[in-house]
Design a binder for this molecule. Sequence first.
Ligand code: PEP
Ligand code: CO
Length: 442
Amino acid sequence: MLEGLDAWRSMPAAQQPTWGDDAALAQAVQTLRKSPPLVFAGECDELRARLAAAARGEAFVLQGGDCAETFSGTNADDIRDRIKTILQMAVVLTYGASLPVVKLGRMAGQFAKPRSSDVETRDGVSLPAYRGDAVNDYAFTAEARRHDPARLVQAYHASSSTLNLIRAFTQGGFADLRQVHEWNRGFVGNTAKARYEVMARDIDKAMRFMDACGADFDALRTVAFYASHEALILEYERALTRIDSRTGDPYDVSGHFVWIGERTRQLDGAHVDLLSRVRNPIGVKLGPKTSADDVLRLIDKLDPDREPGRLTFISRMGAERIRDALPALVETVASAEGQVLWICDPMHGNGFESPSGYKTRRFDDIIEELRGFFEVHKALGTVPGGVHLELTGSDVTECLGGYEQIDEEGLAMRYESVCDPRLNHQQSLEVAFLVAEMLGER
Ligand code: PEP
Ligand code: CO
């Protein structure tokens, strides 16, 4: 009978790779177990406190980044552009909410993907599906698609260099509020959208006021930026779970915040069990089929002490479903007397395939789901605590619409995602301005 942090090994575990090479897996796990932590327990505790504030309505969470990070995307320019986009969005949201924004990258660990099918078929050839760079390669050959445990170690190193850059960029002057605001002025100038100009001008005024007062404090120059990913591959997460020397508690030191996906949140499953035993703040994705009973049992299992900031539910219902599906769950959670944080993922319930064969999402559906999220919480008197977005810092053409009006033909121009379609830099900022308006109307 396996116990404690290894109890999950005797439970059903969905979406795990089939490595097929026990010796190579053992070697990779051994390497990971000896490797230094990527994040520190104290940082996870600090994030938990910030998430608790968001659950009370005293902060707002911005969680964003790639659907699937890649090893080739682990370079200074791409990482910088993603951080820059999130920082730009955060300034707009801070203004809209008049609240601190908790910045949480889907970064430095988002290298593994659940898939709806184990195989992918192209022109009559079937190969194992791509499961993220931590498992196999995207190229459509048998060798590339083989599940290779050595990739877990590569994912660790890619996460480590990403975190190193995140720490440098957010502490070293790059994140200075005044500079981020200058970037946003550039964006607003380009969009010619009067409604964004009004807010940008207001922010400008606030900045000049602060300047005139001589305000120049640390909080203007540096930001706290946390790393998060889906805790999917249990061998990886287990190998990076360590006992904190201060408290004797286990922490998953692969990232500050880890979440359980919609496909792996079975109550008697391995993912829920492993994450129930670590002290990190954790999340669970909830799709439109989630029952009230599911959420109650998830709370009891993952947050038995009802600890503020411990548990986040990330709803991903789809624009058409959110107004029907979300209220009962929010009410149930309220009745459980939890301190659960609600954040909205308006991406994963709104995907479809374009006639030209691209996996895509409509910008307008994303906004519509966000509106539904705010409406539901307003009607129930509960807190809409944040947003969870798939985005990138470059000019990709993966989601339809936005002020550039990307259409179905446009998708072919720069479709680069190896998994789900992401908002590009401009679309991300546009979402930030629209969410800021919704926050202002809360
Ligand atoms: C994801 O976040 O990329 C994902 C797979 O989400 P979900 O678990 O909500 O389907
Ligand atoms: Co995705």
